[in-house]
Design a protein. Structure first.
Length: 276
């Protein structure tokens, strides 16, 4: 079992957020904003899926999972809350969240289904966020020149995503989840996630008035498709998920622990995580 610490981030998100808060880069700002728009509903779904997975375990196994699930729920609930605050600030820039209503409609279709479906979807999404987190932690210069509190927000979130990336996967396997459905859901999540992320980013750029600037597309190509860009860097570890013997812990990184150790003044541990 993994020991997951719940932390309260020590930044103030009641204050306004600059329009191009990410190093004055219109594309990166729109991209990060789009991802944040998906987090409150996504994190709640992950919480619900893991809770349901815990309840589906035989009673004699639930006690062994209780602490890890509580830590997972606590971390995700904290992410949900702080990104809701962030989203409230960027809405003041005239941005419209079209991603959340689409996600809400799709998730309603899963109500009452086998809890392993929710866990497989959660595990796939957690793999995506872990890949993104690894890229961001290994390329912190992407956030150089950004609003300091927002740079801290994204690196803290990345560090915790790397910490709890195994929980939903391990619960799925503990419930007898099959390799077939695990990879089937990853294919679906890949298509849905990338499509929604790009659609929302384009929407954000359109509202921002920067969609058709050459600098916007140049920066998009550099950050996503360059040799060290997000999508090219993540392709190999994404494909690893389809191996029958894959486990998230195989893609180990010390960057998460190092950031948390070096930035202790950015957060405070919470004594009691949210109950599972």
């Amino acid at each position: 079992m993994t020991e997951l610490v719940v932390r309260r981030l020590l930044i103030d998100l009641e204050q306004p957020v600059p329009r191009h808060w990410c190093a004055n880069d219109a594309f990166l700002t729109a991209w990060f904003n789009a991802l944040s728009m998906s987090f409150p509903i996504g994190e709640q779904f992950f919480i619900d899926s893991v809770r349901q997975g815990l309840k589906a375990l035989p009673p004699d196994q639930q006690a062994a999972w209780q602490a890890e699930v509580q830590g997972f729920v606590g971390q995700e609930a904290t992410h949900r809350r702080i990104h809701a605050l962030f989203n409230a600030q960027i809405e003041k820039h005239g941005l419209a969240n079209a991603w959340e209503p689409r996600a809400r409609q799709r998730l309603q279709l899963l109500q009452g289904t086998d809890p392993r479906h929710g866990l497989a979807i959660t595990a796939a999404n957690e793999h995506f966020t872990a890949l993104f987190a690894e890229w961001l932690l290994s390329h912190p210069g992407v956030l150089d020149g950004s609003e300091p509190r927002l740079k801290t927000l994204w690196l803290w979130h990345s560090a915790e995503e790397a910490e709890h990336k195994c929980t939903a996967f391990d619960l799925y396997m503990a419930l007898g989840g099959s390799h077939h459905w695990r990879v089937k859901w990853m294919r679906r999540v890949t298509l849905i996630f990338l499509t929604d992320a790009l659609r929302q980013t384009v929407n954000n750029l359109r509202h921002d008035g920067t969609l058709w600037r050459w600098s916007t597309w140049r920066n998009a190509g550099r950050h996503l498709f360059a040799r060290d860009g997000l999508l090219r860097t993540s392709l190999r570890p994404w494909r690893a998920y389809f191996r029958p013997d894959f486990h998230p812990a195989q893609q180990h990184s010390e960057l998460s622990a190092r950031w948390l150790e070096n930035n202790r003044d950015a957060y405070t541990p919470v004594g009691r995580p949210e109950p599972a």
